[in-house]
Design a protein. Structure first.
Length: 762
């Protein structure tokens, strides 16, 4: 990569065309990486996509595309809106045309190959077969039949090999072009100059059927491979298909249907029962229940009323309502989900690095081995036919495609499956790292609990005499209304429920991890923890027994002081999410250590921890110390995941090996995380870890097969078994094995589509 500043770096996703194997992906990656201003580049052979980070002050998308074209390929930018609406018409037409061209060539090649094989059976079997016409084995006829297969059906391999040669590289096309050309031109020489062989006491054997069948089988394998690879991107297409096509917008008092891309922010949109919500927005009138399963993974419809947010692509179930569009186009939740999944599928997992290094050297090494094979066989046996057959078989069976597809196809299916389950995984590295997690750190508020605390208990030193509790509540609410903390919001809601008129506070100050203070009616109001009160020198003995009782019940207790004297306390409860206990149990069943991290006092924290089954509790942790606590766990040699939802969780999420954000939380927390749980339920953590384990297991299976295939296939094709068993690998079988290798790897990756989070295996 080039040295470039991390500031002002932008991302672009490029759709690539012309790749035939993993060596092509390496060539493109190298070409893009050498463009000045490119900070990072990942080319995904399976997705046919490049994800590029670049500095627009130093280079442009056009420069990057030119570099790709100079390498012999083509690329175009996937714009954000295009990611939502799907592939453009030109790309779709090109894909369909390519598929049809492949099918035509497979049909022609298949018919000719059958004729050639049928005519070659007597020679291959060493028997006279009277039912086969002798003219079918006429070498001139076979030459005429084979030529269109070699140069029309196999044209793409020659073009690919020539492009690779011009950039001093070698790819799968090089191997196929060399192998089939060797068989074809050797046969052509034997046909035109049979006397050359007869003078040496050899039969002028021809191998036209070998060249034709190999080309046809490889084309058939590519067709199956393309179909299978397209299925790995099915999650993206399903997400794209969720979006409504039109919206019923109210403009100038009239209802009009407009295409989704013409909806503007602040448009008023009408939605009727059974319709899809076109864009994100806020309900302004009416109410309904909405099925958000396609976005959050939650099957139970959610009740919505004025003031509530709605998500584009979700389905309105019962009522009609009007809402104001707040996010459109590339800014909608669905568009962002598609973008995240697209980026993840275009990223590269660390486990792929070894395969990349091997594929970089693979083809040149295979060509060298093939030359050595020919020389050894011709020198030892003195038979050019045997030398040729083994060389062709070796060139054909060796293919870097299986190695190149092993990791990206599994990553594509895995990240897509995550999206189906409401889990957004930002990159392949996060997906891979998740299976190594040893310790899960859970923030309490909004993660284990609902994040919607309510005041359950309230007591004052003066009791209810002369309305003292309402007078004090008026002062408390005046200060708390300036804070965005969930506990402050609970206090304000409680005051409003008591019909308290809120007044203004001055000199408001929030002390992180301690509390808030302000001046109301010339009186100093301080609301916060017992620790803070002690630091201020305020005695808290009066209400200590009441405080201990509430904390034992798992309630957060805040103390209230007026002019440096304790005046009251409040008990605030945040209900535990119904799924938290089961999720913690499932995490412990995966042999993971679960730690609760909170700014609450020790007693309250331990009470909540007992409810959900957590043993280790880190309480009274200031927001700026959360990342420190995560680092301390890492220093114990553990791979740590942090789960949180608030702004103050962002540093800890970034510090953790894997940051997991609750999707219902803040944008800052989500941006700092590696994995986002859209639904906000902790069970998603269990699913994410299981999915990571299943994906890594699948990748290892693919890599094992790809390595074993080449480790065994190349020496067998070279004839290593001949001295022991007198057996040589037929190049036709080698061609079938090569085609099968790539298809089998992609097919195995597709098994991840059967992943079931309720089971330990997929």
């Amino acid at each position: 990569m080039n040295s470039t500043s991390t500031k002002n770096v932008e991302n672009v996703n490029l759709k690539l065309r012309g790749m035939s194997c993993a060596a092509c992906a390496n060539s493109i990656e190298s070409a893009i990486s050498n463009v000045p201003g490119v900070a990072e580049c990942n080319v995904n052979f399976g997705a046919e996509q490049a994800t590029v980070k670049y500095n627009p002050r130093q280079t442009s998308i056009e420069d990057i595309q030119n570099a790709v074209e100079a390498a012999g390929y083509s690329a175009y930018s996937l714009q954000s809106q295009e990611m939502v609406t799907g592939e453009d018409d030109a790309e779709k037409a090109a894909r369909i045309a390519e598929s049809r061209d492949l099918i035509r060539k497979i049909i022609v090649g298949g018919i000719i190959s059958l004729l050639l094989i049928f005519g070659s059976l007597p020679m291959m079997m060493g028997l006279e077969l009277p039912f086969i016409p002798a003219w079918l084995h006429n070498p001139w006829l076979q030459l005429i039949l084979t030529a269109p297969v070699q140069f029309w059906c196999g044209y793409r391999f020659y073009i690919g090999a020539w492009k690779a040669f011009k950039r001093h590289a070698a790819t799968m096309d090089t191997l196929i072009a060399l192998g089939t050309s060797a068989a074809f031109f050797y046969s052509l020489f034997a046909t035109v100059f049979p006397g050359f062989f007869l003078n040496q006491g050899l039969m002028p054997e021809v191998y036209y059927e070998t060249a034709a069948v190999i080309i046809t089988m490889i084309l058939l394998g590519q067709w199956f491979e393309n179909r299978a690879k397209r299925k790995t991107s099915e999650a993206i297409r399903q997400l794209m298909g969720l979006q409504a096509k039109n919206a019923r917008v109210i403009r100038n008092g009239q209802e009009i249907d407009v295409p989704i891309n013409e909806v503007q922010i602040n448009d008023t949109i009408l939605v009727r029962p059974g319709e899809k919500i076109p864009v994100d927005g806020e309900i302004i009138s009416g109410s309904s229940t909405i099925d958000e399963a396609m976005v959050t993974g939650e099957s139970i419809p959610v009740k919505k009323q004025p003031g509530d947010e709605v998500i584009g692509a979700t389905i309105n179930k019962t009522g009609s309502f009007r809402f104001k569009a707040t996010r459109v186009g590339a800014d909608t939740v669905l568009a962002q989900i598609v973008k995240l999944v697209q980026d993840a599928q275009g990223s590269k997992a660390p486990i792929q690095r070894l395969a990349d290094k091997i594929t970089g050297w693979f083809v040149p090494v295979v060509i060298a081995i093939a030359i050595g094979t020919f020389v050894v066989w011709f020198t030892v046996m003195g038979n050019i036919s045997l030398a040729l057959i083994n060389t062709v078989g070796l060139l054909i069976i060796a293919c870097p495609c299986a190695l190149g597809l092993a990791t990206p196809t599994s990553v594509m299916v895995g990240t897509g499956k995550g999206a189906e389950n409401g889990i957004l995984i930002k990159g392949a590295e996060s997906l891979e790292l998740a299976h190594k997690i040893q310790t899960i750190v859970l923030d309490k508020t909004g993660t284990i609990t609902q994040g919607q605390p309510t005041v359950t208990d309230y007591a004052t030193v003066k009791g209810v005499t002369d309305g003292a509790e309402l007078k004090l509540l008026r002062l408390i609410a005046a200060v708390e209304r300036n804070s965005e903390h969930p506990l402050a919001e609970a206090v304000v809601r409680y005051a409003q429920s008591q019909n308290i008129d809120l007044v203004e506070a001055v000199d408001f100050e929030a002390i992180a991890g301690s509390g808030v203070q302000g001046i109301v009616s010339d009186r100093l109001i301080q609301i916060g923890t017992q620790r803070w009160m002690s630091e201020l020198g305020i005695k808290t003995d009066t209400l200590q027994q009441q405080k201990d009782t509430w904390e034992a019940d798992g309630k957060t207790v805040v103390l209230i002081a007026v002019d440096n004297e304790l005046e009251g306390i409040m008990g605030i409860a945040d209900a535990v999410k119904p799924s938290s206990t089961a999720a913690v149990r499932a995490l412990r069943n995966l042999d993971l250590e679960v730690v609760m991290l909170t700014g609450d006092n020790q007693k309250t924290a331990e009470a909540i921890a007992r409810q959900v089954g957590i043993v280790r509790v880190e309480a009274e942790v200031c927001p700026d110390q959360k990342a420190v606590k995560v680092k301390e766990l890492q220093q114990e040699g553990k791979t740590v995941a942090m789960v949180g939802d608030g702004i103050n969780d962002a540093p800890a999420l970034a510090q953790a090996d894997v940051g997991i954000a609750i999707g219902t939380g803040t944008d800052v927390a989500i941006a700092a995380s590696d994995i986002t749980l859209i639904s906000g339920e902790l069970q998603g953590i269990v699913t994410a870890i299981k999915l990571s384990k299943a994906t890594i297991s699948n990748i290892r299976q693919n890599l094992f097969f790809a390595f074993v295939y080449n480790v065994l296939g190349i020496p067998i094709a070279a004839g290593i078994l001949f001295p022991f068993f007198g057996w040589l690998l037929n190049p036709i079988i080698a061609g079938g094995a090569m085609a099968f290798s790539s298809v089998s790897v992609v097919t195995n990756a597709l098994r991840l589509r059967n992943f079931n989070p309720s089971k330990s295996r997929f």
